[in-house]
Ligand binder design. Sequence first.
Ligand code: FES
Length: 142
Amino acid sequence: MTHPAPRRTVLLVTGAAALAAGCGGGSGGDGSSGGATEGTPSAGASGGRELAKTSEIPVGGGKVFADRKVVVTQPAQGEFKAFSAICTHQGCTVATVAGGTINCPCHKSEFRITDGSVVAGPAPRPLPAERITVQGDSIELA
Ligand code: FES
């Protein structure tokens, strides 16, 4: 009845290694030396992040791009804004842009097309702004 003492296994090292690997670091990002990180093999939509043509976005309104989780608005002629399409209430995707607001179908939150601020409903925070650039007649996610 003599059992030898079991070996101890120390797992701390692997944890540390995983941490190190997961850390992206904070080095400057404008060099783009290679750009080898491509994790999403998205089908179709080859090259570019074009979201829409400017002509698709009505003046005084906007358009929801549910697949991109972005809503683009044009509060005034030539002035384009973009916001997250994820409602800050419980995470539904907003569905429509009408009457000067971006509207969530789940519990009727409404967000202003000019700045994403809450106009009505239970949403606690504005829709976060998304960065876009307009190149000619093309709107791209920045
Ligand atoms: S999830 Fe949008 S109003 Fe509740």
